[in-house]
Design a protein around this ligand. Structure first.
Ligand SMILES: *Cc1c(COP(=O)(O)O)cnc(C)c1O
Length: 428
């Protein structure tokens, strides 16, 4: 059933470390052989053996309207004929920036980069350059890409592989990264009381998606905002997952909290490699060539990537009903899964907001990384494989959020809920 994937994985491992170009794809968190994909349309992915799956990762976010969304595919085809890169400015870069500024609250300017990692790395550099301070606060289990400074108590793949300290990240770099538990305002207050004058920024996933999905407790983000205001610290919202997903304007809009700098990735490129960071003019003009905070990219603002992102974002902007539909689908799925798992007598927690969700097998609420780590990940592993066999592709780690696409139908959701029932019966 997975023989082609097994062969492809074996070949890949000879020439690519671990056979994958990003660790979570290797299934280390759940065991077994990763499934190699061939093509996908709408809510469904087809693997190299011809198995079909309902997709709940959606490329970790970008496929919010489903795979191979026709307008995006057509736009890419048309723009590819004009040249795949110039290394000189194009009008489309301004149009994308204007669109983003019109969708996202509190930002005047945007700089495009090529990944979420670059976006966060550059936003941190800007915060440091602007404030003249070196340290910053991040939260345990939050992931801001793989730049050195962020690989301290990082979520996502680092958590899945249980890497405590990443070799290659020097002690002097790690020393400037202060890390505290998510949702723990007193811990932030204490750090700021002790070292506030050295702290350039607090960076946070406003809704965490890299230790499963974990919601900010009431008052947490508001508290961060006021601590930042009182201490000349910049608040960076890492909206690489939440941007254009929780609402057109991301978590800032949905939760009504202002950030000083915002980072984007995933959805912003419609499946092409794009990231961005954004903020007020007064802050953003510290970036080169206006200011001295250097930041650059040969392929940044790539025309194919820009038209793909523009087409997707434009669709989201013109059709706010999409967010309502995604909400309804997520609610339907969450209720169905709660019922299915409850009926099977499985203790579980489902966290969700908008079209982000995750299932943890634990009897206590999952509010931070240590709670997520304490869940029954052996049961998650069996749940994952049971679902996979039944044609449902979940994130291959309990430390990752599920992402719904609006291509999902009620039949797909029912199919998923029934697969969960059958899986639980089979593994009991
Ligand atoms: C995925 C992710 C990143 C990193 O983005 P890449 O494009 O993988 O470099 C950063 N922050 C968050 C919150 C993410 O989910």
């Amino acid at each position: 059933m997975y023989t082609t994937s097994e062969t492809l994985f074996e070949k890949a491992r000879q020439v690519i470390p671990g056979g994958v170009n990003s660790p979570v794809r290797a299934f280390k968190g759940v065991g077994g052989t990763p499934v190699f994909m061939k093509n996908a349309k709408g809510a469904y992915m087809n693997d190299a053996d011809g198995n079909r799956y309902i997709d709940y990762i959606n490329s970790w976010g970008p496929m919010i309207l489903g795979h191979a969304y026709d307008p995006v595919v057509k736009a890419i085809q048309e723009y590819a004929t004009y040249s795949t890169s110039f290394g000189a400015p194009t009008e489309m870069e301004t149009k994308v920036a204007e669109l983003i500024v019109s969708m996202v609250p509190n930002i005047d300017m945007v700089r495009m980069v090529n990944s979420g990692t670059e976006a966060c790395m550059s936003a941190l550099r800007l915060a440091r350059g602007y404030t003249g301070r070196n340290k910053f606060i991040k939260f345990e289990g939050n992931y801001h890409g793989h730049a050195d400074a962020f690989l301290v108590n990082a979520g996502s793949g680092v958590a899945t592989l249980d890497i405590q300290a990443v070799p290659g990240v020097t002690k002097s770099v790690a020393e400037d990264t202060l890390s505290v538990p998510y949702n723990n305002l007193p811990a932030v207050e204490q750090l700021v009381a002790e070292q506030g004058r050295d702290i350039a920024a607090i960076i946070v996933e406003p809704v965490a998606g890299n230790m499963g999905c974990i919601l900010p407790q009431p008052g947490f983000l508001e508290g961060l905002r006021s601590i930042c205001d009182a201490n000349g610290i910049l608040l960076i919202f890492d909206e690489v997952m939440t941007g254009f997903r929780l609402a057109r304007g991301g978590a800032q809009e949905l939760l009504g909290i202002k950030a000083d700098l915002v980072t984007f990735g995933k959805i912003i490129g419609g499946g092409m490699p794009v990231g961005a960071f954004a903020g007020r003019k007064e802050l953003m003009e510290h970036i080169a060539p206006v200011g001295k905070v250097y930041q650059a990219g040969t392929l940044s603002g790539n025309p194919i990537a820009m038209i793909a992102g523009y087409t997707l974002l434009h669709t989201l902007n013109e059709n706010p009903v999409i967010y309502q539909q995604l909400d309804e689908k997520a609610n339907y799925l969450v209720n169905g899964l709660r019922e299915a798992l409850g009926a099977a007598g499985v203790v579980h927690q489902i966290n969700h907001l908008g079209s982000m969700m995750s299932v943890h097998f634990a009897e206590y609420p999952i509010v931070d990384f240590s709670a997520a780590s304490g869940a029954n990940n052996e049961l998650f592993r069996r749940f994952f494989h049971g679902m996979l066999e039944r044609g449902v592709y979940l994130p291959p780690s309990a430390f990752e959020s599920w992402f719904l696409s609006n291509a999902l139908t009620t039949e797909d959701l029912d199919f998923t809920i029934n697969a969960a029932k059958a899986t639980m019966q089979a593994i009991k």
